[in-house]
Design a protein around this ligand. Structure first.
Ligand code: F6R
Ligand code: MG
Ligand code: MG
Length: 376
């Protein structure tokens, strides 16, 4: 059997310039140094350091498998080294996503988000890494569904014999911490019942019916880990593309509609997800609106050839224009739902404090009774 290559995308917000709107180049430089040293030592096959908004993104190939201590330790140490730089520069929220000092060999449950997969590299292995800022885990539900289950989006589901069987979705229930596997197209109505509620259910993994990994997304919910709001999850997702998987254009097509996601300012507002180039991934208006960047690579024996900045294309201009119009419209709602998130999602912000402060002032309301009707 040919040897498997592992692809890990691990990200953390460890300090912003200015506020939460972007990243300082010194952090990217520091991460680059750490990664280059690890590659030299043979820990990594290859890497690409990038960012989306204020999130530092480490894209790594290696041979240690998913959840490897070596790779996670490297990511953690890189984030820690960058945090020092962020502290020296007094960047905003230095070390924000490193929630604990007690690192135990995995970044899971420690704050950073991660998407990982292992596979035997195809002759031409096309990979897309989707990275978002100012939004929550669950933001990938809609686009992943469209890519892998909607024939109106992915023509290959109808036309390509290798995709015609459909795909298998693993859904994580973030509240109950349990998973279910559902088949598309056979069980799409059941699947949609869950993943349409992206605040609770998130698509974690997708496989082909032959069992080949197709997509992996970060499902870490920062607020659940920290028990309070410390910043939004800003998730990452890896998608394999072409041949038996959706074509590059089919992976990107869902983003031509800037669909609504949870996040934006103070992680407490619904807003449109704007597909944009790396250069445009600088959320500033009302700390947003939320952004998504897509970097494309070809793998060559684990080497990351690329990237191409996939949304740096005039074909996404209309999506961006539409997103700005939606943003104007939603902003007019100010602190009202549905612009502001529903109360259950505000549990991790100031809501509990307000409830506690006003607890004694709530009085029982008189019972409402239907007026008596004559003759009954
Ligand atoms: C959203 C985000 C920002 C901050 C906001 C307030 O994910 O990071 O909108 O919530 O700028 O930041 P603090 O609370 O640090 O002053
Ligand atoms: Mg931030
Ligand atoms: Mg961020």
């Amino acid at each position: 059997m040919s040897k498997e290559i592992s692809l890990s995308a691990i990200k953390a917000d460890i300090g912003g310039l200015v506020g939460h709107s972007g990243i300082h180049p010194a952090l990217l430089d520091r991460a680059q140094e750490e990664m280059a040293a690890a590659k030299k030592k043979g820990v990594l096959v290859d890497f690409h350091v990038t960012h989306c908004g204020d999130d530092l993104e480490l894209i790594m190939t290696h041979t240690h498998g998913v959840d490897s201590e070596k790779c996670h330790t490297l990511a953690w140490e890189t984030f820690s080294a960058c945090t020092q730089v962020a502290k020296e520069l007094h960047l905003y929220g230095a070390g924000q996503d490193l929630l604990s000092d007690a690192f135990t060999g995995t970044v899971r449950g420690m704050g950073p988000g991660l998407a990982e997969m292992s596979f035997v590299e195809r002759t031409a292995e096309t990979i897309l890494v989707l990275m978002a800022d100012k939004t929550a885990a669950g933001a990938w539900n809609l686009p992943l569904y469209k890519m892998f289950a909607d024939p109106f989006n992915s023509a290959g589901l109808v036309i390509a014999p290798v995709m015609h069987e459909g795909f298998r979705f693993e859904v994580l229930d973030m509240k109950a911490n349990r998973v279910i596997v559902l088949d598309a197209p056979q069980e799409i109505y059941d699947l949609l019942m869950f993943i349409g509620a992206s605040g609770q259910y998130v698509v974690r993994t997708i496989w082909s019916k032959k069992g080949e990994i197709a997509a992996s997304s970060s499902t870490q919910k920062l607020a659940h880990i920290a028990g309070k709001y410390v910043g939004k999850d800003d998730p990452v997702c890896i998608v394999r593309s072409q041949a038996e998987f959706p074509a590059v254009g089919e992976v990107l097509e869902p983003f031509t509609n800037p669909f609504i996601v949870a996040g934006w300012t103070r992680g407490s507002h619904h807003g449109p997800l704007i597909p944009c180039s790396l250069e445009q991934a600088t959320p500033s208006r009302f700390d947003g609106p939320p952004r998504v960047v897509a970097l494309g690579f070809q793998l060559a024996d684990g080497r990351l050839v690329g990237p191409r900045d996939m949304f740096a294309d005039i074909a996404f201009d209309e999506a961006r224009r539409k997103a700005n119009k939606i943003a104007d419209y939603l902003r007019l709602h100010g602190p009202f739902e549905p612009h502001r998130l529903p109360l259950e999602e505000m549990e991790y912000t100031t809501m509990p404090q307000i409830m506690e402060r006003l607890a004694g002032r709530w009085q029982p309301a008189e019972e409402e009774k239907a007026p008596a009707v004559a003759g009954r």
